[in-house]
Write a protein that binds this ligand. Structure first.
Ligand code: ATP
Ligand code: FE2
Length: 331
């Protein structure tokens, strides 16, 4: 059984091919890089429309397979930008109808968790998923992945991107802020906002921009922004380990590329005798392979339904989806 997965919840198009044993046979992707400013949903959709077919061909070439070898189409049903999701769903439906193979829409956030487990060997982790559009602390409990904590406003990556654009460092902000932060000389106090198990980054973002405008050095502001935001993330992840009684921690999403965040999370994990995992960077950010692997899991568990059930869900919640494969793994 061969599954092709199409990802396109935000500005990156991804196509991957995975077999039923979880071998990743291909993964090809193309991000939309705006000349200036952020991502417009319509531009993301146009980008997907232009790149899906070439990426399907790239994936087939990488895997040495042809269209006739495909048995199942999976696509990211949400959460994400409406126009982007609809473009991806249309492409997936066309492929399904053309090849006369079943189709399944999958949850993007759970895709991150499952590709992480597949590529690292983690079994039942607390996952810190931090990207441009999402910030969630996720762990499995009673049949579903539960969101133990999440951002109440902007996502971590978006906070770094907005900061970077505001101070003239450009897009994407994460790598730029990380580089600047390395040459810091002091920590500047910034608002630290953890509410229960949830996080808020908007006050921190505004305060960091103000500090820069008031004459603090860019290096010190970048360092202080990272230290404050990442401490918040680590605090909530730490408490989730205790609540959910887990022994593994996994970091994923585009912000996982940040070495300071990895270091902080690895140290905390070690202090709690938890194993720390991070997927290869290629599978940390959005990719088609995670969607294809989700398709395989859904298929194995009898969750592939009809083409009529392929409507997109812009606010698709992580805890809206039954994950029977965790139960069958004895969890
Ligand atoms: P999603 O759809 O899951 O929200 P996304 O569209 O944001 O994903 P990703 O590739 O997962 O795409 O993440 C991109 C984000 O990762 C951007 O906000 C970027 O600034 C951030 N990022 C990339 N590298 C680093 C880094 N070294 N440090 C911090 N953040 C980083
Ligand atoms: Fe993502």
């Amino acid at each position: 059984m061969i599954c092709i997965g199409i990802e396109g919840t935000a500005e990156k198009t991804g196509v991957g091919i995975v077999d039923s044993e979880g071998n990743i046979l291909a993964s090809a992707g193309k991000p939309l890089i705006p000349e200036k400013g952020g991502i417009h949903p319509r531009e993301a959709a146009e980008h997907h429309a232009a790149t899906i077919v070439p990426l399907i061909n790239d994936s087939l070439n990488q895997s040495g397979l042809s269209l006739d070898d495909l048995d199942l189409v999976a696509f990211s049903r949400g959460p994400g930008l409406g126009p982007a999701l609809r473009t991806v769903a249309t492409a997936a439906r066309s492929l399904s109808l053309m090849l006369k193979i079943p189709i399944v829409g999958v949850n993007h956030c759970i895709g991150h968790v499952e590709i992480g487990k597949l590529t690292t060997g983690a079994v039942d982790p607390v996952t810190l998923y931090v990207s441009g559009g999402n910030t969630q602390i996720i762990a499995y409990e009673y049949g579903r992945y539960r969101v133990f904590g999440e951002t109440l406003d902007v996502a971590m990556g978006n906070c770094l991107d907005q900061f970077s654009r505001s101070v003239g460092l450009g897009h994407p902000g994460g790598p730029k802020v990380e580089k600047m932060a390395k040459n810091y000389s002091k920590y500047i106090e910034l608002p630290y906002t953890v509410k229960g198990m949830d996080l808020s980054f908007s006050g921190l973002l505004t305060a960091a921009i103000r500090k820069y405008e008031s004459g603090e050095s860019i290096e010190d502001v970048c360092y202080s922004l990272q230290e404050t935001a990442f401490s918040m993330l680590v605090e909530v992840t730490e408490r989730a380990i205790a609540h959910a009684n887990k022994r593994e921690v996994m970091l994923c999403g585009g912000v996982a590329a940040n070495s300071r965040l990895r270091e902080m999370l690895a140290t905390m994990s070690e202090e709690h005798y938890c194993e720390f995992y991070m997927p290869p960077v290629k599978y940390c950010g959005d990719n088609g392979a995670m969607i294809a692997w989700m398709g395989q899991l859904m298929h194995k568990n009898g969750l592939v339904k009809d083409i009529k059930d392929t409507g997109v869900i812009q606010k698709y919640r992580t805890d809206q989806v039954d994950v029977p494969w965790m139960k069958s793994a004895g969890k």
